[in-house]
Design a protein. Structure first.
Length: 518
């Protein structure tokens, strides 16, 4: 399948496809004229007398150092080599596919002054399935994601390494095997390739895309907990949410109503229940999860804007031939969005942990202690909740905003930075933590509902229980629960649990990707 990119107009559905590696990429024919025009302007400036940053000068604090014309190509290759200082584990293949895509999209806007061959090489590498080996640490998210993008570029030059079938291969060998000529840089092209926010944006988009099934699973597990505790669905009444007006709250309440529709468990305690109100972890689910959804929708819009942006420096404006230095490489929008996502991710796990605590507490749920068939002889879910508490607490530390930190670099020339790359990178660990918390809640809620049999829940929630029970049996005595948690975790990350939500009409435009598409 070929996917045609129109620079400046890439949507989330296209990014999802490219993130998954389900298409080959090509550029809209209309983009090439602007690319050629801006490249010609740069080549002319490189031969001129006037100093232009990064074209015939040094970089950063060395911007006032003029470079001789015969050294301009060497200047660019030196830039790439000197900036390959990354450390840590390699970026995931999905992230690298997005990085390549975003760099193609940015350069193809025609404001960066690179020749068509640069964009063609990036596309050829993507289409060949080659994954540049890029260390995940070493960027402060201003002056662009310099180190990650330098390692990506080094592979294009035939000097770095690619990951082929998960194993590192010398870049020149991998390029030759794919029939791709190593890139030879001209004036400004090394700078254009490493200036930009494509690493931090790719990491943040990867988190957004991988959090979708986890968030949706949390809606389902929360509804299951409500049923297991014989909670009330009255707090999901549409009128409550309409008078407050928050779109995410309204949307999540509609999803809860759809999930709980026609539940015999709910019908069994509509009258005669002496509890006036449920704990907040049950009653306020639409408010909490809805606020998180609104935050994620906003972050999606920010990241889509950034995915279509031109973020290198200096920029070339073909209309009048101007070359202007600026600061679009500063990733503050990405950093703030990633920090907002971190808080939302942590909150989804935090309220789920409270529901697990409620389910195992006899005074709150009225279920057997720790969901045991024989409490005392067996400990049941006592320590599974401890794991959930540990993960929720860990996420609270990880949710501390990265964007409020800044360390000056480049001899104080780059004196305020965004820390966007870490802000986005830390999200994946948080998502895994939440997915494990939701896995524990799913297990606990299903166990709780088993105590209510023969009463049945709604069709959707019974489907969620059946999905789990196909992998994990009811716990009648103590056993190693970690295996059960991992089985549920796999179903959550793999999206199988979320598919149950997707079948409900009330949830068709629920998540940001579907809401924006509509």
């Amino acid at each position: 399948m070929k996917l045609t990119l129109t620079p400046g107009h890439i949507d989330l559905a296209q990014l999802q496809t490219l993130h998954a590696g389900h298409a080959q990429v090509e550029l809209a024919a209309t983009a090439w004229d602007a690319v050629r025009t801006s490249a010609a302007i740069v080549q002319k400036a490189a031969q001129g007398d006037a100093p232009v940053y990064g074209i015939n000068t040094g970089f950063g604090k060395l911007a006032s150092t003029r470079i001789d014309t015969h050294d301009l190509a060497r200047l660019q290759i030196n830039l790439i080599r000197s900036h390959c200082v990354g450390v840590g584990e390699p970026m995931r293949p999905e992230v690298m596919r997005l990085m390549l895509t975003l760099k193609i999209a940015s350069l193809a806007r025609g404001y960066s002054g690179v020749r068509p061959v640069v964009i063609e090489t990036l596309m050829a590498v993507y289409n060949a399935g080659l994954i540049p080996e890029v260390p995940s640490q070493g960027s402060v998210g201003a002056s662009g994601d310099l180190a990650p993008l330098a390692h990506m570029t080094l592979a294009l030059l035939g000097e770095g390494r690619f990951l082929v079938d998960g194993k590192p291969v010398a870049a020149l060998q991998a390029l030759r095997a794919a029939g791709i000529a190593p890139l030879v840089l001209a004036a400004k092209e090394g700078l254009a390739l490493i200036n930009g926010t494509q690493a931090s944006t790719a990491l943040a988009l990867h988190a957004l895309l991988t959090f979708q099934p986890v968030y949706e699973a949390a809606i389902l597990s929360g509804a299951l907990s409500l049923e297991a505790a014989k909670g009330s669905d009255a707090p999901c009444d549409a009128r409550i949410h309409a008078v407050r007006g928050h779109p995410g709250q309204i949307a999540t309440a509609a999803c809860y109503r759809a999930l709980l529709h026609d539940s015999a468990i709910r019908a069994s305690h509509l009258s005669g229940d002496d509890r006036v109100q449920d704990p907040y972890c049950l009653r306020c689910q639409p408010q909490v999860m809805g606020a998180c959804l609104d935050q994620l929708r906003h972050c999606t819009e920010v990241l889509l804007c950034e995915a279509n942006a031109v973020t290198d420096n200096p920029l070339v404006f073909p209309d009048d031939g101007a070359l202007i230095s600026g600061g679009n490489f500063h990733a503050e929008p990405v950093a703030l969005a990633a920090d907002a996502m971190a808080v939302a991710i942590a909150e989804v796990g935090a309220i789920a942990e409270r529901r697990i605590a409620m389910l195992i507490d006899t005074s709150a749920s009225r279920l057997p202690a720790f969901l045991c068939v024989e409490p005392g002889l067996h400990s049941g879910f006592m320590i599974a909740h401890v794991t959930a508490a540990a993960l929720a607490s860990e996420n609270k530390s990880l949710a501390h905003p990265a964007s409020v930190d800044s360390l000056p670099t480049s001899a104080n020339q780059e004196d305020h930075v965004s820390m966007a790359t870490f802000a986005a990178r830390r999200l994946q660990a948080m998502i895994d933590n939440v997915a494990h918390i939701i896995a524990i809640e799913w297990l606990a809620a299903a166990q709780g509902i088993d105590f209510l049999r023969p009463l049945q829940s709604s069709q959707a929630l019974e489907a969620a229980i059946a999905l789990l029970r196909a992998k994990v049996s009811r716990m009648t005595e103590d056993r190693v629960i970690s295996h059960d948690i991992e089985a549920a975790f796999g179903l959550i990350l793999g999206g199988q649990l979320a598919q149950i939500l997707h079948a409900l009409p009330a949830c068709k435009t629920f998540w940001p990707s579907r809401a924006l598409a509509s």
